[in-house]
Design a protein around this ligand. Sequence first.
Ligand code: ATP
Ligand code: PRP
Ligand code: NIO
Length: 488
Amino acid sequence: MKFDYPDDSLTLHTDAYELSMMQTYWKKGMGNRRAVFEAFFRKMPFNNGYAVFAGLDHIIRYVKQLRFTDSDIEYLKSTNQFDDDFLEYLRDFKFTGSINSFEEGDLVFNHEPIIQVDAPIIEGQLIETAILNILNYQIMVATKASRIKSIVGNQIVMEFGSRRAQELDAALWGTRAAYIGGFDATSNVRAGKLFGIPISGTHAHALVQVYMNDYDAFKAYAETHHNCVFLVDTFDTLKSGVPNAIKVAKEFGDKINFIGVRIDSGDMAYLSKKVRKMLDDAGFPDAKIIASNGLDEKTIQNLQMQGAKIDTWGIGTKLITAYDQPTLGAVYKLVAIEDENGNLVDTIKLSNNVGKMSTPGKKQVWRINDRADRKSEGDYITLVDEDPRKEKSLNMFNPNFPLQQKDVEDFTARPMLKPIWQDGKFVYDEPTLEESRQHRFESLNALWDEYKRDLNPEVYPVDLSQKCYDNKLKLIHQVHEYVKSLNK
Ligand SMILES: Nc1ncnc2c1ncn2[C@@H]1O[C@H](COP(=O)(O)OP(=O)(O)OP(=O)(O)O)[C@@H](O)[C@H]1O
Ligand SMILES: O=P(O)(O)OC[C@H]1O[C@H](OP(=O)(O)OP(=O)(O)O)[C@H](O)[C@@H]1O
Ligand SMILES: O=C(O)c1cccnc1
């Protein structure tokens, strides 16, 4: 096994079949044909009413570094699966196409294109794997984080998941996605350094075990830190942990900032109420109770229902692993391809399952908001040459149930797929992480509560324009005719 390539890149982070197809396109002289790919997902994560878009920053970093290095080419050669002339071509490979995308912190919905790559087919094909790899994870974590943040409201939620994440990259980028989803801080120090996410933390049971008693451990911590949260459940929360935390807090007085205590096991409703009373009675009404241990939006809601007195939440496993659903299932489909005469021709992938059919043509997604109350009426997918801002009234209908429809007037229409690359030039003025995090808050404000409830939310309308719908029917018909002609 060899890990020490000085010129390793992320370019080979792709499925072998992408490179195999690239070789075919190139050898057949089709590599430069313009192709439009769009990524979308079919099912809302966690059955939530919305998903939070995250991952664009990582995609940008990935595309910016796309080059086949010497060791990449050498490795491909060693597989004996690629021809030398094709490998020589790869030496000068760079991304020359266009990418349009939703922005981080945007709300996204199933069946709409969330990122669009319009590039020579050879380039668009290569980047499928990494784009899906990134989006399929980060959107899950950002959405899970948003569900949790919505339940805790103004209370602080800290991301504690690094030890449980599926490896180092997931811990790092998952933390970033959680921050976009509304988390307030992370325990991952590198995420603090790289992304500027506030870092935060308490101490582990090990500290208490080292001293073999709560008092000595808390005292040692207080002697070496100003801000103090004491973990009180190592031996006995009510009989030893909390009384000793209070004792140390009283002894140190103003010399420390006694933030509060953390509970990490046991019945957290029962314990937190008891602990609250002990802290209040001891003259620490402002001391916070922090809870951790297997929490997510469901346990938090249940604890709230039981009247638990918890102020701050530390959340690991169930957030960083997107515990309830292992992947978003986003796919990347070819929607248009240039023919031999230079015309861009729409393409479709049929399926027996109507929900699995792709929607042909290069498209734009428009967020339609009511002009007066600014609330979202739904998303409206058009072919790229349409502009609903020129219309006075929009007929929005459900493409799967066209009778389900409404006419919308007095609306604003915002194009959601924003230019990131144009003809190989990076054109995006990337927002800061803070701005993306804030953007999620603002985007949620524009969504009616019916779509935001965490259980059985209303289905947000994602509609096709008449032209886009007719185009889809036309292509389905064309393919049916073609298949029929084969069987004659
Ligand atoms: N009052 C409560 N209502 C609902 N769920 C709770 C309550 N108190 C704790 N929980 C949750 O129940 C789960 C199990 O708690 P428990 O303390 O038994 O965990 P554990 O992992 O077995 O503990 P330990 O860390 O000591 O091994 C955790 O996910 C915890 O968040
Ligand atoms: O439960 P999570 O949401 O993943 O939160 C992170 C957990 O990590 C720490 O536990 P530790 O690694 O010490 O193991 P523990 O479960 O035995 O406490 C911490 O005390 C939390 O319990
Ligand atoms: O700082 C903490 O309390 C912490 C950090 C990571 C995991 N569990 C707890």
